[in-house]
Write a protein that binds this ligand. Sequence first.
Ligand code: CP
Ligand code: NVA
Length: 327
Amino acid sequence: MNLHGKDFLTLLDFSEEEILGLLDLAAEFKEKKKAGIRHRLYEDKNIALIFEKTSTRTRCAFEVAAYDLGMRVTYLDPVSSQIGKKESIADTARVLSRMFDGIEYRGFGQSIVEELAEYASVPVWNGLTNEFHPTQVLADLLTIREHFGRLKGIKLVYLGDARYNMADSLMVGCAKLGLHFVASAPDAYFPDKALVEKCQGIAAKSGAVLEFETDPVKAVKDADVLYTDVWVSMGEPAEIWAERIRDLAPYQVNDSLMTAAGPHAVFFHCLPSFHDLKTSIGREMGERFGRTEMEVTDQVFESSRSLVFDQAENRMHTIKAVMAATL
Ligand code: CP
Ligand code: NVA
């Protein structure tokens, strides 16, 4: 695997071998970290983290991974730089490339991170756009491989808003690595047709199966992984909560869906999650709509079948692999 100098914008740009290579490298870094073996491969390199949307996991994963590799980090938050307001993406890319060895970007349209990559002369890493969240999917694939010992043929059912970043990226990742991906949502929430066609083409070679099922009980039959995400994503207006709750409530991951899936099924969520009233938005929506939980029940979230914190930890090991491979 030689990914030196390559951007990491979407898994569509990577072969099955390259994705597996990144997972192997992440597993190696994870082992080293647990054994206390230093791996400061990039001492004195500098990276910039641009966040036009908020973050806990992705920012911390990039920072800790960078420090473990011996690098230094500059964080540009959603409001205090010139980006987009006084300086274009193209100019920002050229300025940062003169100072940094790599640039992470989290923001809105995929076209923005693509433009950044086009004008930057150093690797650009996608830390989430509206369309894709590829570093999350790497962490998810590593978590699946750790838990089940394999990836091929694993049945992953995504329930909820299946036309946004998480479902799109999971569909791509599953297509590339030969998993059985099912999106379960109302018709209007299925992924973009052009992306589905592209993934069907990839699936034909990898042996992946892609399915789209409006009935959540049918969808989860014999599933290995039930995956969900927030019903309203960052950057979407608060007014759409009512419509999303109405449309997506039947797809909430609860005990009865876990039971319908079977005893070996596990629960995944990219996080953050609305599974109780312990957040300000959770409380506000709870009061407005008389609900204590949204996309997943607290019972499932807190159960031994929930691997959400393994996924969260693996963000760091996999992001470290992406940086180490591309720098
Ligand atoms: N899953 C994820 O990307 O989390 P953050 O928004 O906290 O980075
Ligand atoms: N779909 C979510 C993912 C968060 C990691 C969002 O974009 O807000």
